[in-house]
Write a protein that binds this ligand. Structure first.
Ligand SMILES: O=C(O)CCC(=O)C(=O)O
Ligand SMILES: [Fe+2]
Length: 349
């Protein structure tokens, strides 16, 4: 039988310090099933008020409704460029983002955790020239709507707490042993994801999708996607969307059925990324998904990618390698190295 809806996971016991181990274990069991079967689920019990979620969508919508010259005030520029870009942060116009070699029919603003300039000894001092290496510039915030920045900054703090609770639950869901008091970063206990995301190099995208029959160029054609088929490249994605149905589609494990992941009010759509697939040696696969928006109106979504630390070494966990019965699927490298490869392939240069 092919499932017709994604499971719903209530994360509240992992946010409540007084929750019992028994209550947490039940949540963890549900997460394990959801991750094995779908790699996608709805997340409730996260504690972020619906009024905040609505405000986040509304502010993104107001930004995209601005005239292009106003949006281009925070345009993304190449790293090292005179304009001061870092190749990643800022606004990208319609069709600038590329998935699988094809232009995506959306516009977006990308925000990342700010670079910790005190840590990287090799980086050049850019403060005099105003030129930045890839990912090392400041976030580019729009000045209109004026309350976007403070509202988003507060929201990002809330999302980080939810992300932390979720990866803590995932460690329990994988049946990893409890941590010892002196646990270190690389130890493979149930807190391994918490420790390796404690300086999460998070990403947030504000995305605007016009209806797909709106041509953006003379060569626009029927085969365009709002966002092409892909897996997410990090740890866990907390996706907030407006109520538009039928846009986000998730590929089921049969490899042929696309399931509409229609929004559930007040819930995030969560999916696991490539780093979780690697850590679990494929016990949990990052699931392919895409966006085809042919419905009504201009669709807005705001995914938050709760990622490993930039310097986290991500390699298959020994217990997962053993349980999977497969050789390690990756030799391991840092999340930063993985991300750099992705940032370079996401844009036409
Ligand atoms: O807009 C959406 O519903 C999903 C976007 C997405 O998959 C992504 O940005 O990685
Ligand atoms: Fe995605």
């Amino acid at each position: 039988m092919v499932a017709n809806t994604l499971p719903i996971i209530d994360i509240s016991f992992f946010l409540d310090p007084s929750a019992t181990a028994d209550a947490r274990n039940k949540t963890a069991t549900a997460i394990n099933s959801a991750c094995e079967e779908f790699g996608f689920f709805y997340l409730t019990g996260h504690g972020i008020p619906t009024t905040t979620l609505d405000e986040i969508i509304s502010l993104a919508r107001q930004f995209f409704a601005l005239q292009l010259p106003d949006k281009n005030k925070i345009k993304r520029y190449e790293a090292g460029s005179q304009e001061g870009g870092d190749g990643a942060r800022g606004y990208q116009g319609m069709g600038e983002n590329v998935t699988g070699g094809r232009r995506d029919m959306h516009e977006a603003v990308d925000l990342y955790r700010e670079w910790d300039h005190s840590k990287n000894e090799q980086e050049e001092d850019n403060s005099m020239t105003g030129r930045y290496a890839t990912l090392q510039g400041p976030n580019l915030w729009p000045d209109q709507p004026s309350n976007l920045k403070p509202t988003y900054l507060a929201y990002i703090e809330q999302l980080k707490a939810v992300g932390k609770a979720l990866v803590r639950a995932m460690g329990v869901a994988l049946d990893l042993p409890p941590p010892t008091p002196k646990a270190e970063k690389a130890m493979e206990d149930s807190e391994v994801f918490v420790r390796n995301t404690d300086h999460s190099f998070w990403v947030m995208r504000l995305i605007g999708y016009p209806k797909l029959d709106t041509p953006f160029a003379k060569d626009a054609n029927e085969t365009e996607f709002s966002c092409g088929e892909h897996t997410d490249y990090g740890c866990v994605t907390l996706l907030l969307t407006d109520p538009t149905p039928g846009a986000l589609q998730v590929l089921l494990k049969d490899g042929t059925t696309w399931l509409n992941a229609n929004p559930v009010p007040g819930a995030f759509v969560v999916n696991i990324g490539d780093m979780i697939e690697r850590w679990t040696n494929g016990l949990w696969l990052s699931t392919r998904h895409r966006v085809i928006h042919r419905g009504d109106g201009y669709r807005v979504s705001v995914p938050f990618f709760y990622e490993p630390n930039f310097d986290a070494v991500v390699k298959p966990l020994a217990s997962c390698v053993e349980r999977s019965g497969k050789p390690p699927i990756h030799h391991g490298n840092t999340y930063g190295e993985h991300l750099m490869g992705k940032v370079f392939s996401n844009f036409y240069s």
